[in-house]
Design a protein around this ligand. Structure first.
Ligand SMILES: [Zn+2]
Length: 65
């Protein structure tokens, strides 16, 4: 099971090992509804951007020769 982050209305982040289809949990601190944060997607986008930058700079250095 993957680890997901959940944020409650008070802004408290809770990491919890849950099933993939779990959308919300109860905050252990204030016992309010904490919703799942999709952090994996933004992380993947960052990685793609980094790769694209590295590729373009490599291409530029080749053009100098
Ligand atoms: Zn809370």
């Amino acid at each position: 099971m993957p680890i997901y982050e959940f944020e409650c209305p008070n802004g408290r982040i809770t990491e919890r090992l849950v099933k993939m289809d779990t959308k919300e949990i109860e905050c252990p601190k204030c016992h309010k509804k904490a919703e799942k944060i999709i952090s994996l997607c933004s992380f993947e986008l960052k990685g793609g951007g980094w790769f694209a930058d590295g590729y373009s700079s490599k291409k530029n250095s080749q053009e100098k020769y």
